[in-house]
Write a new protein. Sequence first.
Length: 404
Amino acid sequence: MKAEREEDVVEQLISDFDHHHPRFDPDLACLVHRGIRNRSRVAFSRAYGGVWVLSHYRDVEAALRDHETFSSASGVFFPRAAGTPPFAPLEYDPPRQTAFRTLMKPPFTPARARQLEPELRRLVADLVEPIVARGCGDLVAELAVPLPLAVVSLAVGFTDAAQRRIRDLTSNTWARMPSDESAEGFWPQFAELFQEEIRRAREQPGDDYLSTLVRETIDGRPVTDEELHVMMVGFAVAGHETSMNALSHLLWQLAREPGLQDRLSKRPELMPAAVEETLRLWTPVDHGTRFTTRDVEVGGVVIPRGSRVILLAGAANRDPAEFPDPERFRLDRGLVRHLGFGTGVHFCIGAQLARTEFLVVLRELARHPGYELFGEPRRFYENGRHICFDRLPVRFRAQLGHRR
Ligand code: HEM
Protein backbone atom coordinates (compact mmCIF):
# COMPACT_ATOMS: atom_id res chain seq x y z
CA MET A 1 0.00 0.00 0.00
CA LYS A 2 1.32 3.46 -0.88
CA ALA A 3 2.38 5.49 2.18
CA GLU A 4 0.41 8.68 2.65
CA ARG A 5 2.37 11.83 1.88
CA GLU A 6 3.28 13.92 4.94
CA GLU A 7 1.36 16.96 3.70
CA ASP A 8 -1.77 14.83 3.30
CA VAL A 9 -1.44 13.51 6.85
CA VAL A 10 -0.92 17.06 8.15
CA GLU A 11 -3.99 18.26 6.26
CA GLN A 12 -6.02 15.33 7.53
CA LEU A 13 -5.00 16.02 11.15
CA ILE A 14 -5.70 19.74 10.84
CA SER A 15 -9.23 18.84 9.75
CA ASP A 16 -9.68 15.93 12.18
CA PHE A 17 -7.17 16.19 15.00
CA ASP A 18 -6.17 12.82 16.46
CA HIS A 19 -3.25 12.68 18.91
CA HIS A 20 -3.08 8.89 18.54
CA HIS A 21 -2.79 8.89 14.74
CA PRO A 22 0.04 6.44 13.85
CA ARG A 23 1.95 9.17 11.95
CA PHE A 24 1.63 11.76 14.74
CA ASP A 25 5.10 12.80 15.88
CA PRO A 26 6.51 16.00 17.43
CA ASP A 27 7.70 17.56 14.14
CA LEU A 28 4.46 16.78 12.37
CA ALA A 29 2.56 18.05 15.41
CA CYS A 30 4.19 21.50 14.99
CA LEU A 31 2.76 21.73 11.47
CA VAL A 32 -0.63 20.45 12.61
CA HIS A 33 -0.73 22.86 15.56
CA ARG A 34 0.13 25.79 13.32
CA GLY A 35 -2.45 24.74 10.74
CA ILE A 36 -5.22 24.44 13.34
CA ARG A 37 -4.27 27.78 14.94
CA ASN A 38 -4.17 29.60 11.60
CA ARG A 39 -7.49 28.21 10.40
CA SER A 40 -9.77 29.31 13.26
CA ARG A 41 -10.06 29.82 17.00
CA VAL A 42 -12.17 26.69 17.46
CA ALA A 43 -11.68 23.45 15.56
CA PHE A 44 -13.84 20.36 15.60
CA SER A 45 -12.51 16.86 14.97
CA ARG A 46 -14.64 13.82 14.23
CA ALA A 47 -12.15 11.57 16.03
CA TYR A 48 -13.36 9.72 19.15
CA GLY A 49 -17.00 10.57 18.53
CA GLY A 50 -16.21 14.28 18.24
CA VAL A 51 -13.77 16.55 20.07
CA TRP A 52 -13.29 20.30 20.05
CA VAL A 53 -9.80 21.76 19.83
CA LEU A 54 -8.56 25.13 21.14
CA SER A 55 -5.12 26.31 20.06
CA HIS A 56 -4.94 30.09 20.57
CA TYR A 57 -3.11 31.23 23.67
CA ARG A 58 -5.94 33.40 24.99
CA ASP A 59 -8.51 30.59 24.60
CA VAL A 60 -6.37 27.78 26.05
CA GLU A 61 -5.36 30.00 28.99
CA ALA A 62 -8.96 31.10 29.62
CA ALA A 63 -10.23 27.49 29.50
CA LEU A 64 -7.54 26.29 31.93
CA ARG A 65 -8.54 29.09 34.31
CA ASP A 66 -12.26 28.31 34.09
CA HIS A 67 -12.46 24.91 35.77
CA GLU A 68 -16.19 25.31 36.42
CA THR A 69 -16.91 25.27 32.68
CA PHE A 70 -13.96 23.13 31.60
CA SER A 71 -13.94 20.22 34.02
CA SER A 72 -11.22 17.58 34.27
CA ALA A 73 -13.27 15.21 36.44
CA SER A 74 -14.23 12.99 33.49
CA GLY A 75 -10.57 12.20 32.83
CA VAL A 76 -7.87 14.00 30.89
CA PHE A 77 -6.32 10.96 29.17
CA PHE A 78 -8.26 9.31 26.36
CA PRO A 79 -8.92 6.76 25.00
CA ARG A 80 -8.61 5.00 28.31
CA ALA A 81 -8.73 1.31 29.27
CA ALA A 82 -11.75 0.54 31.47
CA GLY A 83 -10.85 0.42 35.15
CA THR A 84 -7.98 2.94 34.96
CA PRO A 85 -8.25 4.90 38.22
CA PRO A 86 -8.30 8.70 38.15
CA PHE A 87 -5.00 10.51 38.67
CA ALA A 88 -5.17 12.85 41.65
CA PRO A 89 -5.61 15.77 41.86
CA LEU A 90 -5.68 16.38 38.10
CA GLU A 91 -8.74 14.30 37.29
CA TYR A 92 -10.92 15.83 39.99
CA ASP A 93 -12.72 19.17 40.26
CA PRO A 94 -12.77 21.35 43.37
CA PRO A 95 -13.61 20.81 46.19
CA ARG A 96 -12.32 17.21 45.92
CA GLN A 97 -9.33 18.38 43.87
CA THR A 98 -8.56 21.00 46.54
CA ALA A 99 -8.61 18.36 49.28
CA PHE A 100 -6.16 16.14 47.37
CA ARG A 101 -3.99 19.07 46.37
CA THR A 102 -3.72 20.29 49.96
CA LEU A 103 -2.44 16.88 51.00
CA MET A 104 -0.11 16.57 48.00
CA LYS A 105 1.52 20.02 48.15
CA PRO A 106 3.86 19.82 51.17
CA PRO A 107 6.79 18.06 49.43
CA PHE A 108 6.76 20.65 46.63
CA THR A 109 6.64 24.05 48.29
CA PRO A 110 9.34 26.57 47.30
CA ALA A 111 10.78 26.27 50.83
CA ARG A 112 11.04 22.48 50.46
CA ALA A 113 12.69 22.87 47.03
CA ARG A 114 15.30 25.19 48.64
CA GLN A 115 15.82 22.69 51.45
CA LEU A 116 16.38 19.84 48.96
CA GLU A 117 18.85 21.82 46.86
CA PRO A 118 22.10 20.53 48.44
CA GLU A 119 20.87 16.96 47.98
CA LEU A 120 19.91 17.76 44.37
CA ARG A 121 23.41 19.15 43.74
CA ARG A 122 24.92 15.92 44.97
CA LEU A 123 22.53 13.77 42.87
CA VAL A 124 23.23 15.82 39.74
CA ALA A 125 27.02 15.81 40.25
CA ASP A 126 27.00 12.03 40.77
CA LEU A 127 25.21 11.56 37.44
CA VAL A 128 27.09 14.18 35.39
CA GLU A 129 30.67 13.62 36.53
CA PRO A 130 31.07 10.04 35.17
CA ILE A 131 29.77 11.14 31.76
CA VAL A 132 32.19 14.07 31.65
CA ALA A 133 35.07 11.86 32.81
CA ARG A 134 34.29 9.38 30.03
CA GLY A 135 34.01 12.24 27.51
CA CYS A 136 30.74 10.98 26.06
CA GLY A 137 27.45 9.44 27.05
CA ASP A 138 23.70 9.41 26.65
CA LEU A 139 22.19 12.36 28.51
CA VAL A 140 18.72 10.79 28.40
CA ALA A 141 19.58 7.36 29.78
CA GLU A 142 22.20 8.66 32.20
CA LEU A 143 20.69 11.95 33.38
CA ALA A 144 17.18 12.85 32.17
CA VAL A 145 15.64 9.48 33.08
CA PRO A 146 17.24 8.74 36.46
CA LEU A 147 17.36 12.27 37.89
CA PRO A 148 13.64 13.23 37.96
CA LEU A 149 12.69 9.87 39.43
CA ALA A 150 15.34 10.21 42.09
CA VAL A 151 14.20 13.77 42.86
CA VAL A 152 10.50 12.91 43.12
CA SER A 153 11.38 9.89 45.25
CA LEU A 154 13.51 12.08 47.49
CA ALA A 155 10.70 14.62 47.86
CA VAL A 156 7.93 12.08 48.40
CA GLY A 157 9.79 9.25 50.12
CA PHE A 158 9.50 6.40 47.57
CA THR A 159 11.91 3.61 48.44
CA ASP A 160 14.78 2.69 46.09
CA ALA A 161 12.93 -0.51 45.17
CA ALA A 162 9.83 1.47 44.16
CA GLN A 163 11.94 3.95 42.25
CA ARG A 164 13.48 1.18 40.16
CA ARG A 165 10.04 -0.10 39.13
CA ILE A 166 8.17 3.17 38.52
CA ARG A 167 9.81 3.97 35.17
CA ASP A 168 8.91 0.56 33.66
CA LEU A 169 5.42 0.65 35.08
CA THR A 170 4.86 4.13 33.71
CA SER A 171 5.97 3.18 30.17
CA ASN A 172 3.79 0.10 30.35
CA THR A 173 0.82 2.21 31.46
CA TRP A 174 1.21 4.74 28.65
CA ALA A 175 1.69 2.01 26.07
CA ARG A 176 -1.46 0.14 27.13
CA MET A 177 -3.89 2.69 28.49
CA PRO A 178 -5.03 4.05 25.09
CA SER A 179 -5.38 0.63 23.43
CA ASP A 180 -6.21 -2.04 26.02
CA GLU A 181 -9.83 -2.80 26.78
CA SER A 182 -9.23 -3.05 30.51
CA ALA A 183 -6.60 -1.74 32.94
CA GLU A 184 -5.71 -5.30 34.01
CA GLY A 185 -2.42 -5.15 32.08
CA PHE A 186 -0.96 -2.20 34.01
CA TRP A 187 -2.95 -1.00 36.99
CA PRO A 188 -2.61 -4.06 39.31
CA GLN A 189 1.21 -3.78 39.19
CA PHE A 190 1.06 -0.11 40.18
CA ALA A 191 -1.50 -0.86 42.91
CA GLU A 192 0.69 -3.63 44.31
CA LEU A 193 3.74 -1.36 44.35
CA PHE A 194 1.83 1.45 46.08
CA GLN A 195 0.38 -0.99 48.60
CA GLU A 196 3.93 -2.02 49.53
CA GLU A 197 4.92 1.63 49.96
CA ILE A 198 1.85 2.31 52.13
CA ARG A 199 2.57 -0.75 54.28
CA ARG A 200 6.18 0.39 54.74
CA ALA A 201 5.09 3.94 55.65
CA ARG A 202 2.58 2.64 58.21
CA GLU A 203 4.70 -0.09 59.78
CA GLN A 204 8.12 1.56 59.68
CA PRO A 205 7.40 5.29 59.55
CA GLY A 206 10.38 7.50 58.89
CA ASP A 207 10.69 11.28 58.62
CA ASP A 208 9.62 11.17 54.96
CA TYR A 209 6.45 12.74 53.57
CA LEU A 210 4.71 9.39 52.73
CA SER A 211 4.94 8.40 56.39
CA THR A 212 2.96 11.57 57.22
CA LEU A 213 0.54 11.23 54.32
CA VAL A 214 -0.71 7.77 55.33
CA ARG A 215 -1.81 9.30 58.66
CA GLU A 216 -3.70 12.25 57.11
CA THR A 217 -7.46 12.82 57.00
CA ILE A 218 -9.90 13.89 54.30
CA ASP A 219 -13.26 15.34 55.42
CA GLY A 220 -12.40 14.45 59.01
CA ARG A 221 -11.84 10.70 58.42
CA PRO A 222 -8.59 8.83 57.77
CA VAL A 223 -7.41 8.84 54.17
CA THR A 224 -8.26 5.52 52.45
CA ASP A 225 -5.84 3.23 50.61
CA GLU A 226 -7.70 3.96 47.39
CA GLU A 227 -7.15 7.71 47.86
CA LEU A 228 -3.50 7.10 48.67
CA HIS A 229 -3.17 5.11 45.43
CA VAL A 230 -4.59 7.85 43.21
CA MET A 231 -2.32 10.41 44.86
CA MET A 232 0.73 8.18 44.49
CA VAL A 233 0.06 7.56 40.83
CA GLY A 234 -0.19 11.36 40.52
CA PHE A 235 3.30 11.72 42.03
CA ALA A 236 4.85 8.81 40.20
CA VAL A 237 3.47 9.51 36.76
CA ALA A 238 3.06 13.31 36.70
CA GLY A 239 6.30 13.92 38.53
CA HIS A 240 8.94 11.94 36.75
CA GLU A 241 7.63 11.61 33.21
CA THR A 242 7.11 15.32 32.64
CA SER A 243 10.41 16.36 34.20
CA MET A 244 12.27 13.68 32.29
CA ASN A 245 10.90 15.02 29.00
CA ALA A 246 11.41 18.68 29.87
CA LEU A 247 14.99 18.02 30.98
CA SER A 248 15.69 16.06 27.78
CA HIS A 249 14.50 19.04 25.75
CA LEU A 250 16.64 21.46 27.78
CA LEU A 251 19.76 19.30 27.30
CA TRP A 252 18.96 18.97 23.60
CA GLN A 253 18.44 22.72 23.21
CA LEU A 254 21.85 23.36 24.81
CA ALA A 255 23.45 21.17 22.15
CA ARG A 256 21.61 22.58 19.14
CA GLU A 257 21.71 26.33 19.90
CA PRO A 258 25.21 27.56 19.05
CA GLY A 259 26.81 29.44 21.91
CA LEU A 260 24.03 28.81 24.43
CA GLN A 261 26.19 26.77 26.78
CA ASP A 262 28.93 29.43 26.84
CA ARG A 263 26.37 32.20 27.22
CA LEU A 264 24.75 30.56 30.26
CA SER A 265 28.10 29.76 31.74
CA LYS A 266 29.19 33.41 31.47
CA ARG A 267 25.80 34.79 32.52
CA PRO A 268 24.18 32.32 34.96
CA GLU A 269 21.44 34.87 35.68
CA LEU A 270 19.99 33.84 32.27
CA MET A 271 19.56 30.22 33.35
CA PRO A 272 15.96 30.63 34.66
CA ALA A 273 14.98 32.20 31.31
CA ALA A 274 16.53 29.20 29.47
CA VAL A 275 14.43 26.82 31.56
CA GLU A 276 11.20 28.77 30.92
CA GLU A 277 11.92 29.18 27.21
CA THR A 278 12.47 25.43 26.89
CA LEU A 279 9.08 24.80 28.48
CA ARG A 280 7.47 27.27 26.09
CA LEU A 281 9.14 26.25 22.83
CA TRP A 282 9.27 22.52 23.55
CA THR A 283 6.14 22.17 25.70
CA PRO A 284 6.60 18.62 27.02
CA VAL A 285 2.92 18.13 27.95
CA ASP A 286 1.50 18.90 24.59
CA HIS A 287 -2.15 19.25 25.59
CA GLY A 288 -4.70 18.91 28.33
CA THR A 289 -8.29 17.79 27.95
CA ARG A 290 -11.46 18.91 29.65
CA PHE A 291 -15.25 18.33 29.49
CA THR A 292 -17.64 21.24 29.22
CA THR A 293 -20.21 21.49 32.01
CA ARG A 294 -22.33 24.05 30.07
CA ASP A 295 -22.68 25.50 26.60
CA VAL A 296 -19.76 27.86 26.16
CA GLU A 297 -19.00 30.35 23.41
CA VAL A 298 -15.44 30.71 22.15
CA GLY A 299 -14.66 33.01 19.23
CA GLY A 300 -18.29 33.04 18.08
CA VAL A 301 -18.65 29.24 18.16
CA VAL A 302 -20.83 27.53 20.76
CA ILE A 303 -19.25 24.40 22.21
CA PRO A 304 -22.14 22.41 23.65
CA ARG A 305 -22.35 21.18 27.22
CA GLY A 306 -20.87 17.67 27.67
CA SER A 307 -18.22 18.10 24.93
CA ARG A 308 -14.66 16.89 25.15
CA VAL A 309 -12.21 19.75 24.50
CA ILE A 310 -8.51 19.40 23.73
CA LEU A 311 -6.45 22.37 24.93
CA LEU A 312 -3.35 22.48 22.77
CA ALA A 313 -0.80 24.07 25.11
CA GLY A 314 1.98 23.32 22.62
CA ALA A 315 0.18 25.39 19.96
CA ALA A 316 -0.75 28.14 22.43
CA ASN A 317 2.88 28.43 23.52
CA ARG A 318 3.85 29.27 19.93
CA ASP A 319 0.94 31.61 19.25
CA PRO A 320 2.46 34.69 17.55
CA ALA A 321 -0.30 36.84 19.06
CA GLU A 322 1.23 36.18 22.50
CA PHE A 323 4.87 35.38 21.73
CA PRO A 324 6.53 37.46 18.98
CA ASP A 325 8.93 35.41 16.89
CA PRO A 326 7.42 32.27 18.45
CA GLU A 327 9.56 29.63 16.74
CA ARG A 328 12.80 31.09 18.13
CA PHE A 329 14.45 30.21 21.44
CA ARG A 330 14.91 33.60 23.11
CA LEU A 331 16.11 34.51 26.55
CA ASP A 332 14.60 38.00 26.58
CA ARG A 333 10.88 37.22 26.84
CA GLY A 334 10.56 38.60 30.35
CA LEU A 335 7.56 37.65 32.46
CA VAL A 336 6.73 33.92 32.45
CA ARG A 337 3.42 33.44 30.60
CA HIS A 338 3.87 30.06 28.93
CA LEU A 339 1.47 27.22 29.68
CA GLY A 340 4.13 24.53 30.05
CA PHE A 341 3.05 23.94 33.66
CA GLY A 342 -0.63 24.61 32.90
CA THR A 343 -2.44 27.37 34.78
CA GLY A 344 -5.46 27.84 37.05
CA VAL A 345 -6.43 25.42 39.81
CA HIS A 346 -4.48 22.55 38.22
CA PHE A 347 -1.24 24.53 37.86
CA CYS A 348 1.58 22.04 38.29
CA ILE A 349 2.33 21.17 41.90
CA GLY A 350 5.92 20.24 41.07
CA ALA A 351 6.80 23.38 39.07
CA GLN A 352 9.10 24.85 41.73
CA LEU A 353 10.89 21.58 42.33
CA ALA A 354 11.35 20.99 38.58
CA ARG A 355 12.69 24.53 38.09
CA THR A 356 15.16 24.10 40.95
CA GLU A 357 16.24 20.72 39.60
CA PHE A 358 16.90 22.12 36.12
CA LEU A 359 18.85 25.11 37.46
CA VAL A 360 21.02 22.74 39.46
CA VAL A 361 21.69 20.76 36.25
CA LEU A 362 22.58 23.93 34.31
CA ARG A 363 24.97 25.09 37.06
CA GLU A 364 26.63 21.68 37.22
CA LEU A 365 27.06 21.53 33.43
CA ALA A 366 28.54 25.02 33.44
CA ARG A 367 31.40 23.68 35.60
CA HIS A 368 32.47 21.35 32.80
CA PRO A 369 33.55 21.65 29.17
CA GLY A 370 30.70 22.10 26.72
CA TYR A 371 29.15 19.21 24.83
CA GLU A 372 27.85 18.57 21.37
CA LEU A 373 25.44 16.08 19.83
CA PHE A 374 26.98 12.85 18.69
CA GLY A 375 24.11 11.28 16.72
CA GLU A 376 20.52 12.34 16.17
CA PRO A 377 17.95 11.55 18.84
CA ARG A 378 14.38 10.53 18.00
CA ARG A 379 11.56 12.48 19.64
CA PHE A 380 8.20 10.79 19.93
CA TYR A 381 4.86 10.91 21.72
CA GLU A 382 4.70 8.33 24.47
CA ASN A 383 0.92 8.54 24.97
CA GLY A 384 -0.21 11.08 22.41
CA ARG A 385 0.49 13.78 24.98
CA HIS A 386 4.04 13.63 26.45
CA ILE A 387 6.99 14.24 24.10
CA CYS A 388 9.92 11.92 24.88
CA PHE A 389 13.45 11.29 23.60
CA ASP A 390 14.82 7.83 22.90
CA ARG A 391 18.40 8.99 23.58
CA LEU A 392 20.69 12.02 23.55
CA PRO A 393 24.21 10.92 22.63
CA VAL A 394 26.74 13.67 23.35
CA ARG A 395 30.48 14.22 23.34
CA PHE A 396 32.17 16.65 25.72
CA ARG A 397 34.62 19.08 24.17
CA ALA A 398 37.55 18.21 26.40
CA GLN A 399 39.93 20.51 24.53
CA LEU A 400 38.06 23.56 25.81
CA GLY A 401 39.19 22.78 29.33
CA HIS A 402 37.08 23.71 32.30
CA ARG A 403 35.24 26.98 31.90
CA ARG A 404 35.70 27.99 35.50
C1 HEM B 1 9.09 20.20 33.94
C2 HEM B 1 8.40 19.29 34.58
C3 HEM B 1 6.90 19.31 34.64
C4 HEM B 1 6.01 19.71 33.68
C5 HEM B 1 6.29 20.22 32.29
C6 HEM B 1 4.69 19.53 34.26
C7 HEM B 1 3.52 19.87 33.59
C8 HEM B 1 2.29 19.88 34.20
C9 HEM B 1 1.07 20.39 33.59
C10 HEM B 1 0.98 20.94 32.18
C11 HEM B 1 0.08 20.27 34.49
C12 HEM B 1 -1.38 20.70 34.30
C13 HEM B 1 -2.16 19.66 33.53
C14 HEM B 1 -3.56 20.12 33.21
O1 HEM B 1 -4.02 21.16 33.70
O2 HEM B 1 -4.22 19.40 32.44
C15 HEM B 1 0.65 19.65 35.66
C16 HEM B 1 -0.06 19.33 36.79
C17 HEM B 1 0.48 18.57 37.80
N1 HEM B 1 1.80 18.26 37.99
FE1 HEM B 1 3.32 18.73 36.82
N2 HEM B 1 4.82 19.02 35.50
C18 HEM B 1 6.16 18.88 35.79
C19 HEM B 1 6.72 18.42 36.95
C20 HEM B 1 6.01 17.89 37.99
C21 HEM B 1 6.59 17.32 39.18
C22 HEM B 1 8.08 17.23 39.51
C23 HEM B 1 5.56 16.90 39.94
C24 HEM B 1 5.69 16.23 41.27
C25 HEM B 1 5.17 15.12 41.61
C26 HEM B 1 4.32 17.21 39.24
C27 HEM B 1 3.05 16.95 39.67
C28 HEM B 1 1.90 17.47 39.12
C29 HEM B 1 0.59 17.28 39.68
C30 HEM B 1 0.26 16.47 40.92
C31 HEM B 1 -0.31 17.97 38.86
C32 HEM B 1 -1.82 18.09 39.02
C33 HEM B 1 -2.14 19.35 39.82
C34 HEM B 1 -3.63 19.54 40.01
O3 HEM B 1 -4.43 18.94 39.29
O4 HEM B 1 -4.00 20.32 40.91
N3 HEM B 1 4.64 17.82 38.06
N4 HEM B 1 2.00 19.45 35.47
